[in-house]
Write a protein that binds this ligand. Structure first.
Ligand SMILES: Cc1ncc(COP(=O)(O)O)c(C=O)c1O
Length: 342
């Protein structure tokens, strides 16, 4: 399983640490990055950079590097502070997006010139923030950010728990963006959603900081279900199916979404239509005389017509299984039209 994963993931991630869920894959990534610096007796380097709106999981470490809100407000006093960097979303149809990106990168560069040596790592959900509401941002901004933090020696962690295994139309968002991290966290699609399994991969640079005879160099982290054999068996089976059957599908779903979104484009009830790989999303505009006003009512209305859709705040998103046919996807969009028009 490790060999297959390493062969699939963006080069040059040659090493892998197993766990069993997405939050833990990220938690391990944070500990790896923190200990990377401790093992080299570095001063400082004990803080993390993340992005505004981020969601990385529900453990104390992952809540700490995420945007504060309903899921973690209660635990605020237990969490450590991370620096959340601004994120210009690319789908707001701003004319001067690149200028805005450059302005924000310059702001971050200024901050890092003062504080860069305090940071162990930057962690991001590459290209799209899922839980925040399917918020897309550009590969250009991601690359700019990675380049900037690397110039300060800061490690780069990609949380691909949501984007991994084909969701962006490539095996990983890192492939789509054309930039590889030092540490990569994966779960969800690793077994096709059938069994709990997760992995945190890293490059030689990170791995080598843990080598030596001193026991204190060890990454002391483990769970009862680490590298669960059934999870790995399901992972192997799922990867075989994906390579044989799903890869073609996840590569052409963006084209199908684009065609379908075209027919929704002039619907006044929605805005900010967007797609990335297998994912498509839109924002529902509030309507005075709408039949369905709450998320629950909308979910119910979709379900009554045979489609499971789960709005996130005002965002409505379509994230089908890779085996969906062209006609089935057309039906999903037809139901969206019908429900929105009501
Ligand atoms: C980007 C991202 N990171 C981490 C997680 C946490 O994964 P899990 O729910 O398996 O703990 C999620 C879950 O939705 C996620 O979308």
């Amino acid at each position: 399983m490790a060999d297959r994963l390493i062969a699939l993931t963006p080069k040059p991630l040659h090493h892998l640490f197993y766990s069993d869920n997405g939050s833990t894959a990220v938690e391990v990534g944070l500990k790896m990055a923190f200990q990377f610096w401790r093992n080299q007796k570095a001063k400082g380097r004990n803080r993390f950079l993340a992005l505004q709106g981020a969601y990385h999981g529900d453990t104390l470490g992952t809540m700490s590097i995420g945007e504060r809100g309903l899921f973690n407000d209660l635990f605020g006093e237990l969490l450590f502070q991370a620096k959340l960097l601004p994120l210009p979303y690319s789908y707001w149809e701003k004319k001067d997006l690149e200028a805005e990106e450059d302005r924000l990168l310059a702001q971050t560069a200024q901050h890092l010139a003062q504080e860069g040596e305090n940071y162990a790592a930057l962690i991001v959900e590459p290209l799209i923030q899922g839980a925040a509401g399917m918020k897309l941002y550009s590969a250009r901004y991601l690359k700019g950010l990675v380049e900037l933090v690397r110039s300060q020696g800061i490690l780069v962690i990609f949380d691909e728990v949501m984007t991994g295994f084909g969701r962006t139309g490539e095996w990983f968002a890192a492939d789509k963006a054309g930039v590889a991290p030092d540490i990569l966290c994966v779960s969800k699609g690793i077994t096709g959603g059938t069994m709990p399994l997760a992995a945190t991969l890293c490059d030689d640079l990170v791995y080598e900081a843990f080598l030596g005879d001193e026991p204190s160099l060890t990454l002391y982290h483990g769970h009862s279900y680490t590298a669960n054999p059934l999870g790995c068996a399901a992972g192997l089976a799922s990867l075989s199916i994906m390579e044989k059957e799903s890869e073609a599908n996840f590569r052409h779903l963006e084209g199908w979404h684009t065609e379908e979104l075209r027919s929704l484009k002039n619907n006044p009830r929605i805005e900010h239509l967007r797609t990335l790989g297998c994912m498509a999303a839109m924002e529902i505009r509030p309507q005075k005389k709408a039949r369905y006003t709450t998320r629950k009512e909308l979910m119910h209305a979709f379900a009554e017509k045979g489609i499971l859709l789960r709005p996130l705040g005002s965002s409505l998103y379509v994230l089908p299984p890779y085996c969906i046919t062209r006609d089935e996807l057309a039906l999903v969009y037809q139901v969206i039209q019908e429900v929105l028009n009501a």
